[in-house]
Design a protein around this ligand. Structure first.
Ligand SMILES: [Zn+2]
Length: 647
C-alpha cells in the first residue's frame, strides 16, 4: 500500500510538472515505467486510489450525457463593445467604492466547464450548459491532465475553467487527420469534451485553463486575486496574465495589452474579462436577471492588422484635446484600405512606445478612424514623436492635464468644427449629409460657429458655395429641420458636455427636459447609475457657464425642442426618490427600478439627502445603514410588493 501511495504521488507530481508547469523533470520512459508498475499493482490488489492517474484514461464510451445541476449558477458575462460602455462599468463600481480594484484577464474562447471536489477529491466535471444545468462529462474530463484529482481543500468546491485546444495542437491533429480536419479550435474543444467516447477526447488533447472559483462550502475567498492564487497552489493550470487596475485608464491599458498579446498566443481568445476584485463589492452589486453586475467582458470584434508609422500629426478635437494622428503604410482592414490611425492622447504614445518607424498593431472598430493598439517592433532609427508646445492649428499655448494635451483657445477653429461635427453625428442630432468637410466650408465661408447657427441657414446660405447643388442643399436643410425634434438623450449627448457619453446621456434624459437636467444638484447627479463625481462636476460646470446658457437659449428660440422621455408623474411612487439595497426574491434590481419609474418614482443608485424611501432586500448593506442614520423611511420586500400592487 505504501508503494502504491508513493507511485500515485510521484506520478501525479510528474504529471503536474509536465502538463501544468510545462517543465518535466523526468523522461517519458521513466514516467511510463512507474505507471506500468502502478497498473500492475492495482491489478494484483484490486485496489485503486481515488487520485490514481490510471483513472485518467476515462473509461468506455457512454450512451448519453447525464444532466447535472450546478451548486451555484455559472453566470455568463454582460458584454461591453464600446469604450463608453466599459467606462460606464468602471464608473458604476467606483460609485460604490472609489478605491475599488479591478482584475483584467484574457477571455478564452472554448467550452466553459465546472469541476466539483468533495472533501479534497475530484468527483465530477460538467459543462456550463445553460448556466444552471450542464452535462456530466467526468469521463471525458478525466483524460485532461491540467487539473489535480486530489486537493488539500476540505469541503465542497466548484472551480470554473475553459476547455481549449491549443492552435498548435489543432494544426498537428489536422496534419495527422487530413481526411477529417477539425474546423476551428473553439468547436474542436467543445467537440472533444462533448464526445461520448472519452478515447476521442484524449486523442484531441484538450486542456482546461482555470480562472475562477464558483463555489466554496467554507472559507470562501475574498477576491479574484486570491481565487487565482488558490487555484495555482492546488495544482490547477491557470493563465499567467492577471493585471490589477484601479482606474479606467489602467483597465484600458491592460485590455490593449491583451489585444496585442493575444496575437502571439497559442490559444484562441476573444476578449478581456474585467471583474471587481473584492468579494465585498460583488455582494453589494449583485446580479441582474442575466449577469453579474460586478464583471464585464470586453469583446474584440474588430479586425486588426500590422502597419508601419510614417509620420504623426496632431489633431484638435471638440474638447480641445490634441490627438496624435499617424499616417501609416497602407493596409487592408475590414475591406478598406487604411492609411491613418489614431492614438488616444500624448500619454498613449509613450505608454505604448509608438515611434515614427515602429511597426504597430492597428484596429478598426466602430470608430471612423482606426486605432493604434501598440507597438509590435521597432525599426532601426525609429524616432520618438515630439511633444507639441503650442496648438498646431491656432498657435495657442498647450495645457497638460494628466496624459492629455489641450489647446487652451476655446475658439480654436478645428475645435469648433469638431464640436459641430459631433453635434451633427448619427448618434447625436443626426443631420444626415452634414460632414466635417461641409462644416469646415460653412465655418470658413458662412461664419457658422454655434449649433444654433445651423438653424439659421437657408437656401441662400449655400448659394455660391462649390458642390452644393439644389438637391443637396434641400436635403441638408430638411435634415437640420428634422433634428429640432431629436430625442432628449441624443440632444444631451450632442451638446458635448465633458464626460457625457451615450450611456450617461440616457440616465440624464430620464429627467424629461434640458431645464430639469440643468437644475440637478451634485448629490442628485452622483446618485445616477452611470455618473461619477468628475462627470457630475463637469455637468454642473457646463450648465453654469454663461456662453453655454446663452447657446441653449438660442437653440430653444430656434425651435430645437428635444422630445422628452418624461416618465409618469402619477402612481404609488410619485415624488419618491427610491434606493434599492440588497437582493429581492421576487425580481431583479433593474426590474424593480423599472416598476418604480413606471409608477412615478425616481430610482437612485445611492442614498442622498434627497432619498425619500429605501427598499431593503436580503443582505442589505451600507446603504441601509446610511438610510437609517439619515432617518429615511425603510420598507421590506413585502411592503414594496404591496405598493406595487403585486402581492
Ligand atoms: Zn488651437
Amino acid at each position: 500500500m505504501d508503494r502504491m501511495r508513493y507511485l500515485v504521488d510521484t506520478l501525479n507530481k510528474w504529471a503536474y510538472e509536465y502538463y501544468v508547469q510545462d517543465a518535466p523533470s523526468v523522461s517519458d520512459r521513466e514516467y511510463d515505467a512507474l505507471y506500468d508498475e502502478l497498473k500492475e499493482l492495482e491489478r494484483e490488489t484490486g485496489v485503486r486510489l481515488p487520485d490514481s492517474p490510471t483513472r485518467r484514461v476515462g473509461g468506455e464510451p457512454i450512451k448519453a450525457f447525464a444532466r447535472h445541476r450546478h451548486i451555484a449558477p455559472l453566470f455568463s458575462l454582460d458584454k461591453a463593445v464600446t469604450e463608453d460602455e466599459l467606462s460606464a462599468f468602471i464608473t458604476r463600481v467606483h460609485k460604490l467604492d472609489p478605491a475599488a480594484a479591478f482584475t483584467v484577464e484574457y477571455k478564452f474562447d472554448g467550452l466553459t466547464m465546472c469541476l466539483t471536489y468533495e472533501e479534497g477529491r475530484f468527483v465530477r466535471a460538467t459543462t456550463r450548459g445553460n448556466g444552471t444545468e450542464g452535462e456530466d462529462v467526468t469521463a471525458q474530463a478525466l483524460t485532461v491532465r491540467s487539473f489535480p484529482l486530489a486537493i488539500p481543500y476540505r469541503g465542497t468546491l466548484e472551480v470554473r475553467g475553459e476547455a481549449i485546444i491549443r492552435l498548435s495542437v489543432l494544426e498537428a491533429y489536422n496534419r495527422e487527420h487530413p481526411d477529417e480536419p477539425l474546423k476551428n479550435a473553439r468547436n474542436a474543444a467543445a467537440g472533444a469534451i462533448r464526445n461520448l467516447d472519452p478515447k476521442i477526447t484524449a486523442m484531441r488533447r484538450p486542456e482546461i485553463i482555470f480562472y475562477d472559483i464558483n463555489y466554496m462550502s467554507a472559507d470562501p475567498v475574498s477576491s479574484q486575486q486570491e481565487a487565482v492564487e488558490k487555484l495555482k497552489a492546488w495544482g490547477f493550470q491557470t493563465f499567467p496574465f492577471l493585471r490589477v487596475c484601479s482606474s479606467f485608464d489602467e483597465v484600458r491599458a491592460a485590455v490593449d495589452e491583451i489585444e496585442v498579446g493575444r496575437k502571439s498566443l497559442d490559444v484562441l481568445t476573444d476578449g478581456a474579462v474585467i471583474k471587481t476584485d473584492s468579494e465585498v463589492i460583488r455582494r453589494e452589486m449583485g446580479y441582474t436577471d442575466k449577469f453579474p453586475r460586478w464583471a464585464i467582458a470586453y469583446k474584440f470584434e474588430a479586425e486588426e492588422a500590422e502597419a508601419t508609422i510614417e509620420r504623426v500629426v496632431w489633431q484638435v478635437g471638440r474638447t480641445g484635446k490634441l490627438t496624435p494622428l499617424a499616417f501609416i503604410t497602407p493596409v487592408e482592414l475590414a475591406g478598406a484600405t487604411v492609411r491613418r490611425a489614431t492614438l488616444n492622447n500624448y500619454g498613449d504614445l509613450t505608454r505604448k512606445d509608438v515611434k515614427v518607424g515602429s511597426r504597430v498593431l492597428v484596429r478598426r472598430s466602430n470608430e471612423v478612424i482606426p486605432e493604434i493598439l501598440g507597438a509590435v517592433s521597432h525599426a532601426e532609427g525609429s524616432v520618438p514623436v515630439e511633444k507639441p508646445l503650442v496648438c498646431p492649428a491656432c498657435g495657442s499655448p498647450v495645457a497638460e492635464v494628466g496624459a492629455n494635451l489641450f489647446c487652451t483657445n476655446r475658439a480654436c477653429p478645428p475645435r469648433t468644427v469638431q464640436k459641430l461635427t459631433h453635434y451633427c453625428s448619427k448618434n447625436a442630432a443626426d443631420v444626415e449629409g452634414m460632414s466635417e468637410a461641409t462644416l469646415t466650408v460653412l465655418y470658413e465661408k458662412r461664419n457658422v460657429r454655434n449649433f444654433s447657427d445651423l438653424y439659421a441657414l437657408t437656401g441662400s446660405s449655400f448659394e455660391g458655395l462649390e458642390g452644393f447643388r439644389e438637391k443637396k442643399t434641400e436635403n441638408l436643410l430638411s435634415a437640420i429641420d428634422a433634428s429640432r425634434r431629436m430625442p432628449l438623450e441624443r440632444f444631451l449627448y450632442a451638446i458635448g458636455i465633458d464626460g457625457i457619453g451615450r450611456v450617461a446621456a440616457r440616465d440624464l434624459a430620464a429627467f424629461g427636459s434640458v431645464e430639469a437636467v440643468a437644475a440637478l444638484t451634485f448629490d442628485e447627479l452622483v446618485a445616477l447609475e452611470n455618473i461619477g463625481e468628475i462627470t457630475a462636476n463637469s455637468i454642473l460646470r457646463f450648465f453654469a457657464d454663461e456662453e453655454n446658457r446663452a447657446e441653449l437659449a438660442r437653440l430653444k428660440a430656434a425651435g430645437v425642442c428635444p422630445a422628452s422621455s418624461a416618465r409618469p408623474t402619477q402612481g404609488a411612487f410619485a415624488g419618491e426618490n427610491v434606493v434599492l439595497t440588497g437582493g429581492l426574491a421576487s425580481m431583479s434590481r433593474p426590474e424593480a427600478q423599472k416598476k418604480i419609474e413606471e409608477r412615478g418614482g425616481t430610482a437612485q443608485s445611492s442614498v442622498t439627502r434627497k432619498t425619500t424611501l429605501v427598499v431593503a432586500g436580503s443582505d442589505a448593506g451600507s446603504k441601509l445603514q446610511k438610510a437609517l442614520a439619515l432617518g429615511i423611511r425603510v420598507i421590506g420586500e413585502e411592503e414594496f410588493l404591496a405598493m406595487l400592487g403585486e402581492q
